[in-house]
Design a protein around this ligand. Structure first.
Ligand code: HEC
Length: 127
C-alpha cells in the first residue's frame, strides 16, 4: 500500500515538473510582457537613458569597470554604437557571440530590449 502511494507521489511529481519544463521562456515572459509594449515612440531621454541608468550605468558609468565602455550620455553611447551596434544588440538580447548583458544580472525585460533595438535601428536619435 505505501509503495503504491509512493509511486503515485513520484509520478505526480514528475508530471508536475514536466509541466513546468514544457513552458518555454517565451511563454513565461516574452509574449506576456509584450502586451502594451510601445516600441513606436521610443525616445532617448524618456526611455533609453533611464534604462541605461537603471541597468548598466553602475559598470558603464563615468569611470567604467575594467574593459567596459562608458554610456553616460548620448554622445558616448552613439559613439559606441557607431562601431559596435551588432555587439550591443547581441549583448542585451542574448543572441550571437557577444557577452551577455547586464553582467551578473537577469536579461532585461523583453519590452525594454525591443525598445532599445528599435531605437538603435532608427539611427539612435537624441530625441
Ligand atoms: C555588473 C557590471 C555590468 C553591468 C551592470 C553591465 N555591464 Fe556591460 N560590460 C561590463 C564589463 C566589465 C564589460 C567588458 C567586457 C568584459 O566582460 O570583459 C562589458 C561589456 C559590454 C559590452 C561589450 C560586449 C562584448 O562582447 O564585447 C556591451 C555591448 C555591454 N557591456 C552593454 C551593456 C548594457 C547595454 C548594459 C545594461 C543593460 C550592461 N552592459 C550592463 C560590465 C557590466
Amino acid at each position: 500500500m505505501t509503495e503504491l502511494l509512493l509511486r503515485f507521489i513520484i509520478l505526480a511529481g514528475l508530471l508536475f515538473l514536466s509541466a513546468c519544463v514544457y513552458q518555454n521562456e517565451d511563454d513565461l515572459y516574452g509574449k506576456e510582457s509584450l502586451k502594451g509594449c510601445d516600441t513606436l515612440e521610443v525616445s532617448y531621454a524618456s526611455d533609453i537613458r533611464p534604462l541605461i541608468d537603471i541597468h548598466c550605468i553602475e559598470c558603464h558609468g563615468t569611470y567604467p569597470e575594467l574593459g567596459a565602455a562608458s554610456f553616460t550620455n548620448h554622445i558616448q553611447l552613439s559613439q559606441y554604437l557607431d562601431l559596435n551596434k551588432k555587439k550591443f544588440i547581441e549583448s542585451i538580447s542574448h543572441t550571437g557571440y557577444s557577452k551577455l548583458m547586464p553582467d551578473n544580472a537577469d536579461k532585461l525585460p523583453e519590452c525594454e530590449i525591443r525598445k532599445m533595438i528599435h531605437w538603435i535601428d532608427a539611427g539612435y536619435p537624441n530625441n
